[in-house]
Design a protein around this ligand. Sequence first.
Ligand code: PLP
Length: 463
Amino acid sequence: MDPRSALPSIDKLLRQAEARELIAHHGRDTVVGVLRRLLQDRRMAAGRGEAAAGEGVLAECAERLAAQARPSLRPVLNLTGTVNHTNLGRALLSRRAAEAAFQAMVSATNLEYDLEGGTRGDRDSHVEALICRLTGAEAATVVNNNAAAVMLMLNTLALGREVVVSRGELVEIGGAFRVPDVMARAGCRLHEVGTTNRTHLRDYAHAVNEDTAAFMKVHASNYAIEGFTAEVPQADLAALARRHGIPFLIDLGSGSLIDLDAFGLPPEPTARQAIRDGADAVTFSGDKLLGGPQCGIIAGARALVDRMRANPLKRALRVDKIILAALAETLQSHGDPERARAEIPTLRLLTRPQDEIRALAERLCPPVRAALSGLAEVRVVDCLSQIGSGAQPVDLLPSAGLGFAETGAVSAARIAQAFRALPLPVIGRVHKGQFLLDLRCLEDEAPFLAQLGRLALAGPARP
Ligand SMILES: *Cc1c(COP(=O)(O)O)cnc(C)c1O
């Protein structure tokens, strides 16, 4: 008998109660589509001489439908030890910011509408005053991210002309953000000055010619130059720019709106200090140390920001109502440093005391050990977290977590894979051959514990 004849027909399958349930949930066309592909696969298998069991077709169909319906973008637990992990979506929004975003999503808003006059308004108006208050700038605007902010700033102020940058600041941030490339795409010419490790005020002074549009400083986010170094203080560069009648621009990268020193964190340049030092425009990210949604903020002199707003690129790079709503709430939280720390997850996680993290590790160790019994030795370890997203790469934060020593039964990579395969994927890191879960970013341990029983370590590892 042809093994293919053992396969049931679609019509017959669709008459079964299980199929009716699937149709109610996923829609008839979707179910029929999946069934067709599934039967086709089984027919091919039968053609190759593999058994073509007619059994369990609907169960497999249900599985395929569930997998198909599962969103690709999913929540995960970031236990990598890098608090602002770009690949894991950077900052978590505060509850207030998330609620504001939700309201803006499901309701009409006065996004570009002046409620008083009943006339057209400006979307920047919802955050501009807040940014100005926190930075000391005269004016501000917001675009898609900091890369866009730098692009808009340079394209507006230096199109077809030269921008002077120190060689020590020609950085690559990751992804495709490289200062020379961004500058070229913004339509301006890079005029490099100084050397990798030392740049002096006179280097900038000698570079000025009739084509010079601006001086720019770029915060060297993800590396540090140490040893015999020299860079020009912001205030000196600002004064030189003023003498030549050109703007002084700073790409702060992460930037910060509050003094992180006060929390015992490594200092990060604040936008306020840059403006006070005489910067005419600064740019920074919304989802790095600010702890808000992805966006790029430009703050500076009114005349310059107005020109940027009038650039057609602004329209292409603008942010939507959801981002503005979340950003406004995030900025409100920054009005007071203690409030910022309490409300903004990024700041709360970065300042979490090591003792508290270690106590959590002690609590979680026994159940995790039980779940991995015989496969790996689990113990509480001290470790070091990173801020991430380019902020202060050199300074590490004392933390604690769980270390998994291999017993020979399974490799570190295999343990990492099993944690990633959980319904709420847990992302750790492999350090010196050992799998490590840094618990700094685990605030709610219940979902972590609830799925430990599903750790599947049996079976061969996928390559
Ligand atoms: C992170 C960073 C950028 C890019 O910012 P995004 O918000 O990721 O676009 C640009 N410049 C510096 C110095 C940075 O640190």
